[in-house]
Design a protein around this ligand. Sequence first.
Ligand SMILES: [Zn+2]
Length: 283
Amino acid sequence: MNILMIGAHPDDCELRGSGLARKYVLDGHRVRFLSMTDGSGGHQTMKPEALKTRRRREAQAAAEVLGIEYVIWDVPDGSLQATVENREKLIREIRTFKPDAVFCHRTNDYHPDHRNCGLLVQDAAYLIIVPNFCPDTPAPRKNPVVFFYDDSFRNPEFCPDAVVAIDDVLEDKFRMLHEHTSQVYEWLPYTACKENEVPADEAARFIWLRGDPVTEETTDEIVLGDALQGYSRRFALPAAKYREKLIARYGEAGKKVRFAEAFQVSEYGTQPSPEELRTLIPY
Ligand SMILES: [Zn+2]
């Protein structure tokens, strides 16, 4: 299969879908991440031009860890809009890459780039098959299935259609995240007023990145606020939230899953049958 994961910034697909992405790659599928902006906004000291170059390099290093392809649009961070021009650009990407499934943000989200990313994908979801829209790129007969990444916004609530255990690829997810130095060790701690907590030494930083540990006892105790205590807890939150779905998917083994990623089918792409859903996300 061809899988296209779309995010607004270089690190969004990584945080929300890279466990699943890694599973696809290990299974021989082709995965591409697309960041709709250049990530040039988020830093407390670096200026946009230098930051843009650095984040491109970090994204490439993350791509190498995961074994995926990475595309970054030349749109300034914080300025993504759901224009017709961007809709055409996206439709060209989708028509040439021919994904079986496309992943994106939902449109209710705190960040305007995330909202507009979700809106652009949903605006494209039907027009992909319309030949007179963007006639320079041949239109396929069938729309891909569109999935939303999990988030914590509640109006409306996220309703997952697939919750995937990622315990077996969690280490890859951490190694990949470690490559996003300017984000996970600089900007994101700064936004949480925790920049002084980040160790200077690289090995110590990599341990710090995991944050508070998740044990068999704590897995289902984790609540939204705990996800701020490091990435282990953040990645454990979907397992705690959607435990029943994990048990429905994996049987008894679902009770032991500690880390998960969750995905909801958008109503605007192709609507998969339960069997098709299982083929698209077979893990
Ligand atoms: Zn983002």
